[in-house]
Design a protein around this ligand. Structure first.
Ligand SMILES: Cc1cc2nc3c(=O)[nH]c(=O)nc-3n(C[C@H](O)[C@H](O)[C@H](O)COP(=O)(O)OP(=O)(O)OC[C@H]3O[C@@H](n4cnc5c(N)ncnc54)[C@H](O)[C@@H]3O)c2cc1C
Length: 368
């Protein structure tokens, strides 16, 4: 069969391109996805206990751009949910990002906003921090650095903050007031029937075909198409010609408890103790009612191809230079569009990736 476009990857980037091309250009599109489901890392499903969970870690939508909000509204209604994160510090729960309450609780003080702001300026000791450790201490002082960032960075990235460039933490998010929402976006929430349902709606056009359980390299030479839209890993496209781009991965330990509630908040971070970084209780995000509850305990780990999933790009000097070499090759491809977190080797939040896909589509012009 002949296609106008082949899209590699059924994540949000791939599904949005498929929707736009089939709806606006009436193009015939094939999506090839190596996993056994659509949705990319947003994939959610009901587990054996009937609880809606996110297979690849908790996902919350923050809409800073109305363009993104209006586009997704075509495919879902919303469960309104304002995400708040608490951190467990020596058994005490305090808001994160750090705010006035976090500081007052941990220091056992009663500062007001003006006093807290002044306190923060007193921590500054250099105009040119040499590494991430100095950059953080410069903004929040030694105690808050040790409490929230030192062990957390070691767990999350497998590296000491001293080994990371100061630019990776140019601005540590600190709220001088009592604001305890994780993000301040106007619209926040989750698709009412889940991400997978939303994305199924997106690709429901009969002009779109989907091939699951297929690595695109095993079929691509047998297909007839005009253009490729590639949302898989950039280095894999070029058979790792210059070497492999590094990622950090995660492991999720799932537990279902025969009780209504496991913890007081949807997400509790564990910056210091334990090998895991956070515990998520899904019902608290989705608003689902059930006498049981499912949690994910999240353990960061090294990424190994074909063993676990690539999650976070490691944006150090070596990988940034390697990405640049691949990007130069990619820029020369006339009939391939590289799009999304793997193909661009960058951290994209969901609203960013939706916006990037809509812009990539509008740049394609009017021809089919
Ligand atoms: C743990 C975690 C939590 C997150 N939480 C949030 C959050 O709360 N809020 C937020 O805004 N963002 C969050 N994100 C970011 C969000 O996951 C990304 O914005 C989104 O997944 C990017 O979409 P994408 O289409 O670029 O990539 P993906 O969703 O990764 O989709 C790419 C698809 O390509 C497929 N593919 C790869 N190689 C091949 C191949 N060779 N052949 C065929 N198919 C292939 C993959 O299987 C995958 O399905 C989080 C990310 C992580 C890792």
């Amino acid at each position: 069969m002949k296609f106008d476009y082949v899209i590699v990857g059924a994540g949000p980037a791939g599904c949005i391109m498929a929707e736009r091309l089939s709806t606006e250009k009436k193009a015939r599109v094939l999506i090839i996805e190596k996993r056994d489901h659509i949705g990319g890392n947003l994939y959610d499903y009901y587990n054996d206990e009937g609880i809606l969970i996110h297979k690849y870690g908790p996902h919350f939508f923050f809409f800073f751009k109305s363009e993104v909000w209006e586009y997704l509204n075509k495919f879902t209604t919303w469960h309104y949910y304002e995400h708040k994160v608490m951190a467990n510090v020596k058994g005490q729960l305090v808001p994160f990002p750090i705010n006035l309450d976090t500081y007052n609780t941990l220091y056992n003080t009663n500062l007001n906003q003006v006093e807290f702001e002044k306190k923060l300026t007193e921590f500054k000791f250099t105009d040119e921090p040499k590494n991430a450790e100095e950059a953080i201490i410069n903004q929040v002082g030694q105690y808050l650095y040790e409490t929230f960032f030192l062990q957390y960075t070691l767990k999350q990235w497998g590296k000491h903050p001293r080994e990371l460039h100061a630019d990776t933490v140019k601005r540590v998010p600190v709220r001088i007031d009592r604001e305890n929402r994780y993000q301040l976006a106007k619209y926040q929430g989750l698709p009412k029937k889940g991400y997978t349902h939303m994305m199924k709606n997106m690709i429901s056009n009969p002009l779109i075909s989907v091939m699951l359980n297929t690595d695109y390299k095993t079929v691509i030479s047998d297909l007839s198409y005009k253009k490729l839209i590639y949302t898989g890993p950039l280095d894999y496209f070029y058979d790792y010609r210059f070497g492999k781009l590094e990622y950090r991965s995660l492991r999720f330990e799932e537990q279902t408890h025969n009780q209504d509630e496991y913890q007081a908040h949807a997400v509790i971070n564990y910056p210091n103790n334990y090998d895991f970084t956070r515990i998520t209780e899904y019902k608290k995000m989705t608003g689902q009612m059930s006498p049981k509850t499912t949690i994910h305990i999240e353990f960061p780990e090294a990424y190994t191809e074909n063993i676990n999933d690539p999650y976070y790009p490691i944006l150090d000097k070596i990988n940034t230079e390697l990405k640049e070499k691949y990007s130069q090759l990619a820029a020369q491809e006339k009939d391939v569009i590289f799009l999304g977190r793997l193909a661009e080797y960058r951290y994209y939040a969901m609203d960013d990736v939706v916006e990037a896909a809509l812009h990539a589509y509008s740049k394609m012009g009017s021809s089919k």
